[in-house]
Design a protein around this ligand. Sequence first.
Ligand SMILES: NC(=O)c1ccc[n+]([C@@H]2O[C@H](COP(=O)([O-])OP(=O)(O)OC[C@H]3O[C@@H](n4cnc5c(N)ncnc54)[C@H](OP(=O)(O)O)[C@@H]3O)[C@@H](O)[C@H]2O)c1
Length: 264
Amino acid sequence: MSDIQHDPQEWDALPRMAWITGAGKGIGRALAERLAGLGWTVYASARTLNDLNDLAAATDELSGEVRPLPLDINDRDACARAVAHISNDGQPLGLVVLNAGTHTPTPAGEFDAEVVGGLISTNLTGTVNCLAPAMKMLMQQGRGHIAVVASLAGYRGLPRAAAYSASKAGLIAMAEALYPELYRSGVGISVINPGFVKTPLTDKNTFEMPCLIEVDEAVDAIIKGLARQKFEIAFPTRFVMIMRLLRALPYALYFKLTGKILNR
Ligand SMILES: NC(=O)c1ccc[n+]([C@@H]2O[C@H](COP(=O)([O-])OP(=O)(O)OC[C@H]3O[C@@H](n4cnc5c(N)ncnc54)[C@H](OP(=O)(O)O)[C@@H]3O)[C@@H](O)[C@H]2O)c1
């Protein structure tokens, strides 16, 4: 147990050691780089060791340090072992960013149980595989902060994205449900809901992405949101407003709009 009575909302008081999943590319990688630049020690996980080694080399000159910790979040035992490895470090873990995730379109005409189940499994169950041991560790420490990367696509079921929207809505609900109990244990939790961010994931999209932002802008918003003790860190503002408006629409209007999207 920690000897410090930590307010779970105090970013500056967090021990400067983080674990980021999905840190080999995109948002996770950029966040790992930023934290290492701010002096944090970052355990960086993804399946591709080369990406993690490349990240460690790229951050070599910074004041912090990136430590590769390869992992498939679908492997529950491996997730438990990863947290045990971090715990054996002997230093308190301040921040856990459960960012690993993927997307593939799942239109009704090609609604394949293996594809849909696989996506939900990685985005939701895979995150849970990491969340369970990490949460236990932070609760034992009596301090620390967890950030779960969901998506604005979790606000409502989006056309051709049934699996993705379902997985991200599940993550948002899970973080909401855990918040009060974690808070009592001295542990904070946030949900990060990005709009479109330019990464290897969205580079595969063939449609026009409204309000697309660069990854550094996403990292700015994440760091700012964490420092401001926000539960929901959603960005970019214009797209958040649009998605909040869509979320508030009654079904009749919402389905008119999504029907128009399909006709494009
Ligand atoms: N980019 C966006 O516009 C956007 C918008 C909203 C939400 N998000 C969410 O933000 C997160 C990051 O997205 P991104 O755009 O940065 O994606 P990305 O560029 O594809 O990077 C994803 C990272 O996650 C890792 N990963 C994927 N599956 C994994 C698994 N089973 N186990 C461990 N690591 C795994 C990948 O590495 P390996 O393949 O080597 O494992 C990679 O390092 C995702 O959860 C995504 O849903 C993104």
